[in-house]
Each structure stands twice: as C-alpha cells, then as structure tokens.
Design a protein around this ligand. Sequence first.
Ligand SMILES: [Zn+2]
Length: 370
Amino acid sequence: MADQPISHRSPHVRKTTVTLADGRELVYFGGIPERPADYPDRRRLDRVHVHSQARWDHLLGEWVIIASHRQDRTFSPDTSHCPLCPSTAGRLTEIPAPDYEVVVFENRFPTLGSRDPDRAGDGDDLLAGRPARGRCEVICFSPQHDASFADLSPGRAAIIMAAWVDRSAELAAYPGVEQVYCFENRGQEIGVTLSHPHGQIYAYPYVTPRTDRMLASCDAYRRGTGRNLFDDLLAAEQADARRIVLQGRHWTAFVPFAAHWPYEVHLYPRQRVPGLVALADAAQAEFCELYLDLLRRFDRLFGTPAPYISAWHQAPVRRGGDEFALHLELFTTRRAPGKLKYLAGSESGMGAFANDIAPEAAAERLRQLG
Ligand SMILES: [Zn+2]
C-alpha cells in the first residue's frame, strides 16, 4: 500500500493505493478515510477473465474494440445494491471504506484489457485482430449516492481534478498506452447503468479516431498557414463573441460554430497545453469554478437534470503534443423537454450530423441561465 502526497503539483491531496479482493487496484484521493489499510476488501471475488480484442476496420481506418465479457456486468442495480456507495457493516461494495472523498478503481468489467498473448498472423491480414490492452478505471466523484457533479463544492471538484491529473500521468506511463481519456456519462438517457455520480478513465492502446482526425486537421492547417489550428479557432470564437458562454481569466467556454449537438460547450484554457498534467495550478482552480457553473446551467435548461457527456480531450501519449490543445467538450443530447436527439440514419449511417438548434441561440440561452 502506498500513501503519499499525489505529486508536487497537488501536495494537499493525499493519495492512497490499496488492492481489492480480486487483485484490482483502488486509489483513494483526499483525506477520508484516515487509515485505508483498516478497511480491507472482505468480499470473495473471482478474477474476471478479460479478453478484449481490437479489430481494425479497414474501410474506415479505425479500431473497434470487441469486449464480449462485458455482457455479464451489473445493470441498473437499485440504490441498496449500488457498488459505488461506501461499504457498511452489512453490505460490502467496490469501495471497502465507510467513507471517501474521491475514489478511482479498475473497472471489474472493463472495455479494454487483455491478458491474451499476441497472436501470430494467421495468414489473413484483413481479418486479424489483436488483444486490446489498456485499462479502464471508474472514478467516484462523491460518496453520496444521489449527488451529481453539479452539486459538488469547488473543493471536491479540485480533488477530482487532482485525480484526473494523477491518472493521466500514471496511465500514460503504462506499456502500450497511447491515449488517456477522462469522461463522464450522466443520465439514463445516455445509457448510464449506475446512477451514483461517477466518471470513467480509459487508457487506450491506440490513438482514438476523433483525436487522430483533429491532429490530421492541425497538420494540414500548419502546412497551409504555418499556424496552430486550435489557437486560431479559439481566437476566432473570441473575436466573434456571439457563441461565448463564459469567460474566465484562464478559460473560455463557447458553443462551437459547427456544434454537432443541441447544447454543446467547449472549454479551452487560454494558454494552450497538450494535457491535464501541463495545466497550471491557477487554471486548474478556475476550471473547477467554471465547470460547476456550466453544469448547473445545463441542469437549468429543461427543469430536470440534463443527460450529458463530458469529455476531456488530451494529446496522445507519443505524438501531437506540440499541436494539440487540451479542452473539455460538454454536450447534452436533450433538445427540448422530454425530447432527445438520437443518432439516427444520417448521423449513425453516414456520420453526417444535423443540429436543429443554432449554436448562437444555444449560447444565448446558456448565458441567460447564469
Ligand atoms: Zn451509490
């Protein structure tokens, strides 16, 4: 068990790593519990055999993960069986301690991960898969089952930020990891199976398709103009100003000109950095304030908590660090009370998005909800 300050960057956030009954790692961030070693995992858990496979889609030029072991995972348990609540004397959960601030642990049913040996080529290169190594972690934002990220204090959000920074650095150093992705799916409409406030962290064994496309766009723009595409897009949005939602000293939040979703906000630090690890302390602190403000505006859009996806975009581990701009993309699939935008024929079939809400109108609406 390790118990140490998380890093020189966040000396105030304590980090303690323990091992669960089936060998998975769990990391407590923050001051509770005082002595995690006093709370061993008392469950009898068999190891889950994880054997995800990555298959290359030659036509689209992207990897698809096949994770058939996940069919057995927990689906929408009632509150009394929530695996993300702290353990009590009568009920043992994924988190052995009776209380916590923020916890990260390896997902028991991960999308990524494989102990299968690399298979030698079987002679048909078009139909050859490979073990999808990598790692999937769950991050619990609060011990309170009915809370949401929007309810948290800036202090709790700062511990979550410290955990994101820590995991981004640590997972990037794992063998074979090419990209680290921190995200939150919120709401049953998004397909969330556990309502307890939590997010996920994926460490991919390849660069994801969207990041790959963004880097290709950056490269083309650099060749054509000698400039950075992210910098110029942010400057253009700031100059136009119609789609700006929030402006801080260190961050700008705006609805992008070509928003794909009914309500979509991108949050960029003014000083471009490739990833969370490079974010200055002052920018980390201001992010927490602005992000909580944005989430609360989203919840006020339609009177009931908004289903949303919140996605941290970071540079891959081994390339693009000099061009990529860390940013967060937050969007809801709800376009009106009781109405969701579904990815139907055009979007799912052709990857061609249509958005029924003008980004300028979405930004105006979000500004008014402050
Ligand atoms: Zn819970």
